[in-house]
Design a protein around this ligand. Structure first.
Ligand code: PMP
Length: 461
């Protein structure tokens, strides 16, 4: 830490936080006796808290976001230069960074042509759902309006996005939900619903989507929204053959394929986008977290020209443009940061590093699985990895959440921040999750693995 904060300042910050901040994702009662953690500073892979303690961040800012690491002066400078020139203008006008970032992004997404700016992953998904609904009204008399989503997938926190949320425990208490969202089965082989393996399982899991389309009526289904690799639902990598069959089914029934790249997007899996690992051709792609690595709030919905054209083919029709706006879609800091973020990923070959370090880390996690019987399964793509803890390998009974949290807590105490918010089984946060920045080195990975090894030994013996 640079020592700019003295102890009095820090105690004032902690007191102000305790008195006024409503933190995300946490029960506040324990803060009555314990202080919340305040992160003061970050550099590279590391962050420092209010006590000056250094942590190796194995989750890129907690939720898979800081892909290029902390303390990037060139992004700060790009944002500063843009802000003093023009910070904001919204409505129908464009901006220099908005135009240049969209050109750069599209150059990495063959087949896609249009970028719609928004603020958050949830909002980007809402925009996609609205486009599907508008297309249904315009082209199909309102009929083809249903949106399919997959069990275990998550698409955001707003009521529309929660209506497409496949993690029921996250939805509980927030209903009633929006109508017209229909779930399809998950595709997780470790917790398979069919007695099949490998490609046969992958095809069967995708066939289940066709069954839902036929049950609902193909003339009522407008789109399907899927994560390329499911994140919060348990780091679920799709089985072989799955995506090919999904693509065929979408084509056969004229169902738009909306890929939610909020986590996988912009390098996390080792390709620019997760869907590119599987040769998929989407109609709509949403992204948020890694777009500017958290240096500015920016999210986007990217579409093909075919989708875009449906909103411009008749200028005299009042229903024929997308009647939507996002106030902060007019902030120029987002695309300015995002453009520099992409330059860094390219110039530092971070996609290659992500693939190499991801492969190395997956091997290390497999070695941990050989050593610790509580690890039932290890999975992931690139630097987006999970280790599912079970109390019994044969029955695959999920590990009690308190003991999983004890592992996370022990890693934390050792100075390594890992996550365990992944629920491959409804109600269980039993998958340890790792998403270090794409700049991670072998030494960083070794440090993470050593700390998990020690924590597992401590908690389970
Ligand atoms: N989609 C996925 C796959 C996500 O993991 C998330 C957030 N964790 C969202 C959408 C929602 O993004 P945001 O929190 O930016 O609204």
């Amino acid at each position: 830490m640079d020592g700019n904060f003295n102890e009095n300042d820090i105690s004032h910050v902690v007191a102000a936080d305790k008195a006024h901040v409503w933190h995300h994702l946490i029960q506040h009662k324990p803060f009555e006796t314990n202080d919340p953690r305040i992160i003061i500073e970050g550099k590279g892979m590391r962050v420092w808290d209010q006590k000056g303690k250094e942590h190796l961040d194995a989750v890129s800012g907690g939720v898979w976001t800081v892909n290029v690491g902390y303390g990037r002066e060139s992004i700060a400078k790009a944002v500063y230069d843009q802000l003093i020139k023009l910070n904001y203008f919204a409505g129908s006008a464009g901006s220099i960074p908005g135009a240049l970032f969209s050109e750069k992004l599209i150059s990495k997404m063959p087949g896609m042509t249009r970028v719609y700016y928004t603020n958050s992953g949830s909002e980007a998904n809402e925009k996609a759902f609205k486009m599907v609904r508008q297309i249904a009204h315009k082209r199909y008399g309102g009929k083809k309006h249903k949106i399919l989503y997959r069990d275990r997938d998550y698409h955001g926190t707003t009521i529309g996005a929660l209506s497409a949320g496949g993690q029921l425990e996250r939805n509980a208490q927030y209903g009633p939900f929006a109508p017209g969202f229909v779930s399809v089965p998950h595709c997780m082989e470790y917790r398979a619903q069919w007695d099949l393996t490998g490609e046969a399982y992958g095809k069967r899991a995708a066939d289940a989507i066709e069954e839902v389309i036929l049950r609902e009526g193909p003339d009522t289904v407008g789109a399907i929204c899927l994560e390329p690799v499911t994140a919060g639902g348990g780091v679920i990598t799709p089985p072989p053959g799955y995506w090919e069959r999904v693509q065929e089914i979408c084509k056969k029934y004229d169902v738009l394929l909306h890929i939610d790249e909020v986590v996988c997007g912009v390098g996390r899996t080792g390709t620019w986008f997760g869907y590119q690992q599987y040769g998929v051709k989407p109609d709509m792609v949403t992204m948020a977290k890694g777009v500017a690595s958290g240096y500015a709030a920016i999210a986007c919905l990217v579409t093909t020209e075919e989708v875009f054209d449906m909103f411009k083919d008749d200028a005299s029709d009042p229903l024929n443009y997308f009647r939507d706006i996002s106030t902060f879609g007019g902030c120029t800091a987002g695309p300015a940061a995002a453009l520099e973020n992409m330059r860094i990923i390219e110039d530092e070959n971070l996609l290659d590093n992500c693939t190499a370090m991801g492969t190395y880390m997956l091997d290390q996690l497999h070695a941990l699985k050989d050593k610790h019987a509580v690890i039932g399964d290890v999975r992931g793509k690139g630097l987006f990895l999970g280790a599912e803890l079970v109390s019994d390998r044969d029955s695959r009974e999920p590990m009690d959440e308190k003991r999983v949290q004890a592992v996370v807590g022990d890693c934390n105490a050792q100075g390594v921040i890992i996550g365990a918010t992944n629920r491959s089984v409804p109600g269980f946060n039993n998958t340890l999750c790792f998403s270090p920045a794409l700049i991670a080195t072998r030494d960083d990975i070794d440090e993470i693995i050593t700390s998990v090894d020690k924590a597992l030994t401590k908690v389970f013996g």
